[in-house]
Design a protein around this ligand. Structure first.
Ligand code: AMP
Length: 426
């Protein structure tokens, strides 16, 4: 018989909130982590997005706060959660508020891109929980506006992504201001050496909870690849988006300008879409996400950095307009579908220049993606390409070279339907 939340000895106020949420059975990461965390042990959790990770740390930490009520230290907090993006920060804070609705903890979010005034005011009297992106939090700490010297518990969520985003130093500097005696939790979807080293330096005798083997992708997501010429990518994507059976979709692009271009292209073709990337203001990002959440936009076109907090259960498909340059990002991207026990589809468009990145992804996930080689845009040249991938980072990003101009074939509806059927998208 599977365990229920009542078997986990959580505070009655939490059980009530869980009942309101309609949660009865803990997910594997919750069943694995909560008893360990209730004992106060450090934890190294390996779990992908969509596995119920948020509740696995929010519930035991709220339990701890309920069991040991005390005034939060002025200018600081009892619990700190670090997460890579504003979206994820907001989502985690929302989780604490929902699960803590009968406990009313003081939760505040801290991230860049908005004025710090409200954040500083919220911290003045102390809060129970800070959920923060590392950059802005370090700013406040270094300005003497946030004092974490009395912190009781630290959570690093999506630690691999935080390191990929260059937050290693800010994390190190924030941790240097924390008490040595504390409860520490680290969650990561992947376990590269850098994360193992971070875990080693931060955690004391941690229990390890691993929900899926390192870097394997969620089984419920059917993954495939379409080899195409770079010049055909937008058309191929549009055709995929028009396939019947597609609910909501997230499209990933490599760069912000490509996200904008793709968004404009599909919007002009009559598909409701929003773009989400780091060049958008906080307000624009929130509006784009709200439109997607409410269903007003069917498609969200996003870059990796902006995508971490997208938690929309109705996403049926993820389309990679571009391969990610970091293979781990692939796992995070496809985790935007197949959420809350549903199945999902992930289709990756791969051109000649990104072929090497597909090899990296396949190595990372430990399997080869099935190939749609019978669609109108299929390119054998891309499939067998040995081109070097574009060099990214350190200065302006190199534009992806346009493929040599060629006459574009005009496909009949019949040919397109055959291609869609071949792509088994429904
Ligand atoms: P997370 O991995 O924390 O982002 O959670 C993924 C999704 O699963 C969210 O939509 C949660 O609301 C949902 N969820 C998490 N835990 C449970 C549970 N025990 N029962 C039902 N749904 C859950």
């Amino acid at each position: 018989m599977s365990i229920t939340f009542t078997d986990l000895s959580l505070a009655p106020s939490l059980l009530r909130a869980l009942a309101d949420e309609g949660y009865t059975t803990p997910t594997p990461i919750q069943a694995g982590s909560i008893p360990i965390l209730l004992q106060g042990r450090d934890l190294l959790g390996m779990a992908q997005t969509g596995t119920g990770k948020t509740a696995s740390f929010a519930l035991p930490l709220l339990h701890r706060l309920a069991e040991t009520p005390r005034q939060a230290p002025a200018g600081g907090a009892r619990v700190l959660v670090l997460a890579p993006t504003r979206e994820l920060v907001s989502q985690i804070a929302d989780g604490f508020e929902r699960f803590g609705r009968y406990q009313q903890p003081r939760v505040t979010t801290i991230f860049g891109g908005v004025s710090q005034v409200n954040q500083v005011n919220a911290l003045k009297d102390g809060v129970d929980i800070i959920v923060a992106a590392p950059g802005r939090l370090l700013d406040l700490v270094e300005q003497g506006l946030c004092d974490l010297s009395q912190l009781e518990a630290l959570v690093l969520d999506e630690a691999d992504q935080m390191l990929d985003m260059g937050f290693a130093k800010p994390i190190e500097r924030i941790v240097a201001t924390l008490p040595k005696e504390r409860h520490t939790l680290l969650f990561s979807a992947t376990m590269p050496k850098s994360i193992a080293a971070l875990a080693e330096s931060l955690l004391q005798d941690p229990a390890k909870v691993e929900i899926a083997p390192p870097s394997t992708t969620v089984d419920r997501i059917e993954q495939s690849v379409m080899f195409v010429n770079a010049a055909d990518k937008k058309d191929a994507l549009l055709s995929l988006l028009r396939t019947p059976g597609i609910g909501q979709a997230v499209v990933f692009t490599l760069q912000k300008n490509i996200a904008n271009e793709v968004c404009t292209f599909i919007t002009e073709a009559g598909i409701t879409a929003e773009a989400l990337h780091g060049n958008k203001s906080q307000g624009q990002r929130e509006r784009a996400l709200d439109a997607f959440r409410s269903g007003a936009a069917q498609v969200l076109v996003a870059t990796d950095i902006a995508a971490r907090g997208i938690d929309v259960d109705t996403v049926t498909h993820v389309f990679n307009h571009d391969l990610p340059s970091l293979p781990e990002s692939y796992v995070h991207r496809i985790g935007r579908t197949g959420r809350a026990g549903r199945s999902g589809f992930a289709v990756t468009l791969c051109d000649a220049e990104q072929r090497a990145w597909l090899h990296d992804v396949e190595r990372e996930i430990g399997r080869t993606l099935s190939v749609h080689d019978d669609h109108p845009w299929h390119s054998e040249e891309a499939r067998h390409s040995t081109m070097r991938p574009p060099v990214l980072g350190g200065g302006p990003v190199k534009q992806i070279k346009p493929q040599k101009k060629r006459e574009r074939k005009v496909w009949t509806e019949e040919e397109k339907n055959a291609a869609r059927a071949a792509a088994k998208m429904t």
